[in-house]
Design a protein around this ligand. Structure first.
Ligand code: 8IG
Length: 274
């Protein structure tokens, strides 16, 4: 028998997040962080450009973090210092909802980031694009989301306002770096299968522009924790049925690899201005 995961055993996931935050302070030597960034598919190289690395630790050393499920999702947590002297916590170890460990595990990194002192949460992902004008390799801002997981990170009668969840102020800052940045509504599906063309038509009909398997639940938890949220999707593929070609994980990885230098530079410049 293995021991229960700390998040399953705990009465409060916030207490586990506070323990994780003190692990990070001890292991990095950085008492507080100002900004947190989760790097999704295609965004992995951004860290090098954001600032100098103060410390890099395996996520598995931090209370409550799981092993990465996917190659290409780096299982490290880094503490960076920007040129402006701010401390950025870079989370390279996302737990996805489709892993089936429950939503506490999915949002633990966000709650931990908040517990380290971060007041801004930057969430990035690789995703499918519904708009025909979009191309693989294009980054877009997330303007809002539709949570199709039928789940929530909030427990009990915790009524949280999600108006302006993806901060208009932060999106403006991002567009001051790249005025050509388009934006759209992110639909979080449960995954891990990609959508059918009919599901993509549904997503479009209900107001979606982007389809993915992360971010929405994390954004809700970030708002609950009082953080301001900025979301970026790298469109790594056109959603099923939008392009006549079938989707492949290799295509997704490839698009990410090609776009990486451009989007990493973009993200680093945006973080400099936050
Ligand atoms: I990368 O087309 C990536 N992640 N749901 N659909 C969903 N998630 C994705 C997709 C996609 N591409």
């Amino acid at each position: 028998m293995t021991n229960a995961h700390p998040l399953e055993a705990a009465a409060s996931p916030f207490e586990v997040a506070r323990t994780a935050a003190s692990d990070i302070a001890r292991l990095t030597g950085v008492e507080r962080h100002d900004i947190a960034v989760t790097l999704g598919s295609g965004w992995g190289r951004a860290a090098e450009l954001i600032g100098e690395t103060v410390a890099e630790i395996p996520a598995t050393e931090v209370t409550g973090f799981s092993k990465p499920a996917l190659e290409g999702h780096v299982g490290t947590i880094r503490s960076l210092r920007t040129a402006g002297g701010r401390h950025v916590l870079v989370i390279g170890a996302r737990t996805h909802y489709y892993e089936g460990h429950g939503v506490r595990r999915v949002v633990h990194s966000v709650r931990t980031a908040a517990a380290t002192g971060a007041t801004t949460m930057v969430l990035t992902n690789g995703a499918g694009g519904i708009r025909e004008t979009w191309r693989a390799g294009q980054p877009v801002l997330i303007s809002d989301h539709i949570n199709l997981t039928a789940d929530s990170p909030l427990e009990g009668a915790t009524f949280i306002d999600l108006t302006d969840l993806y901060s208009a102020r932060l999106r403006e800052i991002a567009r001051s770096v790249d005025p050509s940045l388009d934006e759209g509504v992110y639909c979080q599906f449960r995954g891990p299968h990609y959508e059918t063309p009919a599901e993509v038509r549904m997503a479009r009909a209900i107001g979606g522009d982007i389809v993915g398997m992360s971010t929405a639940l994390e954004a809700i938890a970030a708002r609950e924790a009082g953080m301001e949220v900025l979301g970026f999707s790298l469109i790594t593929n056109l959603a099923a049925g939008i392009s006549p070609d079938p989707l492949s994980h290799e295509e997704v990885i490839d698009a990410g690899r090609q776009a990486e230098p451009v989007i990493s530079g973009l993200l680093a410049k945006v973080i400099e201005r936050l």
